[in-house]
Design a protein around this ligand. Structure first.
Ligand code: VOV
Length: 245
């Protein structure tokens, strides 16, 4: 039996995608809309305090296309906190005007393919409990490693998987400073095996990186992908403008 990879796991992660019922929102009173926005801003304020004290992190993005209108990516030390945040949001006034579009539950994951196993290393800790970049754009998609005929990732020896992951890392490294990736593991948690969250200043870099990686053997032979969600940063000070009617 091939040797299993050992993972280091960090903060739990919820990707929460919502659609807005713009018709109901438009017909709501000014007072209700104001109240909904204020309450949401207060919630974001609390998340910012948590982020400042390094007890979690979050990212807010508006989503382009019809899959959702906005997304909240939340990182916290426990699943209970994620659940609480989700429920708190669901109880807000704003939630009355949103419908769930998609969600993804996972945990920040690093593998030991590259030989990094020292969980006490401050650099590893920073990667397991990251402050999410507030870059202009986000790209999220879930993925699996294929298990089909001759292309079965899970029957490969660890050494062979490590070689393929090394080549993957080399491709990724060329995008240093242009793209930041957060890989979250979801085996046993959600419908796919990993969530891939990419941040970029320049939207086009997502296409360039993802396209280039399609030619890496680990992707071309072993990568299966779910739906892609892309969007633009929703800064707290822009929340009012985004919801303005
Ligand atoms: C900026 C781009 C970038 C960089 C530098 C990068 C590097 C690395 C390294 C060094 C490592 C291995 C060690 C670790 O840290 O775990 C990984 C790990 C992983 N990656 Fe990656 N990846 C990138 C980017 C990147 C992308 C765009 C994708 C999606 C694939 C694609 O084709 O669309 C991806 C996927 C993954 C996955 C699913 C894993 C875990 C696989 C497993 O079997 O455990 N990744 N990745």
């Amino acid at each position: 039996m091939p040797e299993a990879v050992i993972t280091m796991d960090g903060w739990y992660c919820l990707h929460d995608f919502r659609s807005i019922d713009w018709t109901a929102w438009k017909y709501a009173s000014n007072e209700d809309r104001e109240q909904a926005i204020n309450e949401f801003q207060q919630l974001i304020g609390k998340w910012e305090d948590t982020e400042k004290s390094k007890e979690g992190s979050h990212a807010l993005y508006t989503i382009v296309g019809q899959k959702a209108d906005f997304m909240m990516m939340i990182l916290r030390p426990t699943m209970e906190e994620l659940n609480e945040i989700e429920t708190t949001f669901n109880k807000t006034k704003l939630a009355e005007f949103t419908t769930p579009a998609y969600s993804y539950v996972s945990v920040v994951e690093l593998s030991n393919y590259m030989g990094n196993t020292d969980e006490n290393d401050p650099e590893i800790q920073a990667r397991l409990k990251p402050t999410l970049p507030k870059w202009n754009h986000i790209c999220f998609y879930p993925m699996d490693k294929r298990r089909q005929g001759n292309d079965n990732w899970y029957v490969l020896e660890k050494e062979d998987r490590a070689k393929l992951m090394y080549a993957h890392g080399m491709t990724g490294r060329q995008y240093a400073g242009k793209i930041r990736q957060i890989i979250t593991g979801s085996i046993g948690f959600d419908d796919w095996e990993w969530g891939v969250t990419l941040f970029a200043h320049d939207m086009l870099q997502f296409k360039k990186l993802v396209y280039e990686m399609r030619f890496d053997e680990v992707t071309s032979r072993y990568g299966d992908f779910g739906s892609f969600y892309v969007g633009n940063i929703l800064k707290p000070e822009a929340v009012e403008q985004f919801f303005h009617i």
